[in-house]
Write a protein that binds this ligand. Structure first.
Ligand SMILES: [Cu+2]
Length: 500
């Protein structure tokens, strides 16, 4: 592991230098360098996933000492000195901020490299130190238990940096933190949040506005998670264009963000699907324009390292590129995406949940979710239809890792557009459809009989970890299709079914 870490660090340095050289050669400014760096360095930022939560002690997580109290520090220069600058919560913008924790709490410190020199954070008394952050934008994290009270010092151990100003105080107070509950925002996407079909029209230039927002969202009753989103919901908005359209995408990263974000459209052709041109720092906006060349239903997602961390935290959505002449008309359209979360605490734990990076990279998920949260499609936004109506579901998997075997219990898909291809004929009469991460499908079926149908991934253990949705069909029940009890007499004897 030590070897691997060292190898990655060397790799990071090389990639960073290469990116710098490329930026200089082509006369790019800082933005070009940043994009190149982010584009090339997924492995380089192996610890980049760590800053899960921008909140600090301003958002205490209750009396539970196992939920870490999180601080984020960014290296920078202030008044001609090298310093740590607080990020988020009540240390926001403060120079070498005082960090306050309570006895017994787990303290997590995220370090972001804000200016490009090499740094770390060390707290001697707890024998705790971060990995070094080597390149601008790189980040690392570490945590320790504040098992004694008093006043301690955190500092950067690189030669000369502490003397230059990179040190601050850590205060560990006796007794537990007072219990404060915070509910978090509703980040669930209503599956009926679907734009109108493209009417017959020639190709045109369309503008798409995406804002990347990091916010504490409700994962379940009494449980929150710091989501990273497109437009404050999970999944991001369903986008709808037609083949031949020119898509001008404005990606704004909220000034409240901690992380850089970007967007990779699987429906685009070009470097990184647009991610190359959209690595966007907090408070900035970037624009990328692409031509929608091929009809289909495509995933888009954030592609900033560590990409898996950005995706698991909610940064995915679908874009429908309609073929010329549009899609066949249906009565109802729904938008559903599946993803999974890797929380440090097990499924069902209360309070603020933190990402566990080891679980993420070893694919040990705690939560499986449709549209962002437990209950999003059962309690918050069940889907509804009437008997006899045709239903279309745009279904995608953000993941980042698990393949879904998408199934609607009690229904049969009349048409499945395999792999979300809209230029091939659909297959018909299908029970389940397999959709891998970063992939999608489009299914259509007529709801013949009233009742409650349940959307699942037929890997049904995942239903025990949050994954379910309801399609409620209200109206008269057609007993001819199904009813309780024996077949009603038609005058003919009941024959045995063929079985052996
Ligand atoms: Cu992102």
């Amino acid at each position: 592991m030590a070897f691997l870490t060292k190898g990655l660090a060397t790799c990071a340095a090389l990639l960073f230098m290469a990116a710098q050289a490329a930026a200089q050669q082509h006369g790019h400014g800082a933005a070009g360098s940043k994009a190149a760096e982010a584009q090339q360095a997924p492995a380089a930022q192996k610890s980049a996933a760590a800053p899960a939560a921008p909140q600090s002690a301003a958002a205490p997580t209750g009396a539970d000492a196992h939920t870490p109290v999180v601080f984020t520090l960014r290296s920078g220069i202030a008044g001609g000195r090298l310093v740590f600058i607080g990020v988020g919560g009540d240390i926001e913008g403060k120079i070498d901020p005082q960090l306050t924790a309570h006895e017994g709490e787990t303290v997590q410190i995220n370090l972001i490299n804000g200016e490009g020199a090499e740094h770390d954070v060390v707290v001697d008394q707890f024998a705790a130190r971060s990995d070094r952050v080597i390149a601008k934008g790189a980040s690392s994290t570490f945590s320790f238990t504040a098992d004694r009270t008093g006043e301690f010092v955190y500092y950067c151990s690189l030669p000369g940096h502490r003397a230059a100003g990179m040190e601050g105080r850590l205060l560990v107070l006796p007794g537990p933190r007072s219990d404060v509950t915070a509910d978090g925002s509703d980040i669930t996407r209503d599956p009926s949040d679907v734009p109108a079909p493209i009417q017959a029209r020639p190709p045109q230039t369309v503008r798409v506005d995406l804002e990347t927002v990091e916010l504490k969202g409700r994962l379940d009753n009494g449980t929150t998670y710091t989501y990273w989103t497109f437009n404050r919901k999970v999944p991001g908005p369903l986008l709808r264009v037609r083949v031949g359209d020119t898509v001008e995408t404005h990606l704004k990263n909220s000034s409240d963000s901690v992380m850089t974000h970007s967007v990779d459209f699987h429906g685009a052709t070009g470097p990184g699907g647009g991610a190359h041109f959209t690595q966007t720092d907090p408070g900035h906006e970037s624009v990328v324009t692409f031509k929608a060349l091929v009809p289909g239903v495509y995933v888009y997602h954030c592609a900033t390292p560590s990409v898996a961390h950005h995706i698991t935290s909610g940064m995915y959505g679908l874009i429908v590129v309609e073929p010329e002449g549009g899609l066949p008309q249906v009565d109802r359209e729904f938008y559903v995406m599946q993803g999974e979360l890797y929380t440090a605490k097990p499924y069902g734990a209360k309070g603020e949940q933190e990402l566990d990076y080891d679980k993420l990279i070893s694919e040990r998920a705690e939560y499986f979710l449709f549209n962002g949260a437990v209950g999003a499609l059962t309690k918050a936004h069940p889907m509804r239809a009437r008997p006899g109506e045709t239903v279309r579901i745009y279904f995608g998997v953000g993941g980042p890792n698990y393949t879904s075997t998408f199934h609607v219990i009690g229904e049969i898909f009349d048409r499945v557009y395999s792999a979300a291809s809209l230029t091939s004929p659909p297959i018909t009469g299908v029970q389940s459809v397999t959709v891998g991460p970063g992939s999608a499908t489009m299914v259509e079926f007529k709801v013949d009989r009233a009742g409650r149908y349940i959307l699942v991934d037929h890997a049904l253990s995942r239903a025990e970890r949050g994954l379910a949705g309801f399609l409620i069909v209200d109206g008269p029940k057609d007993d001819d299709i199904m009813h309780a009890g024996p077949a009603t007499s038609s005058g003919n004897p009941v024959q045995p079914a063929t079985a052996k």
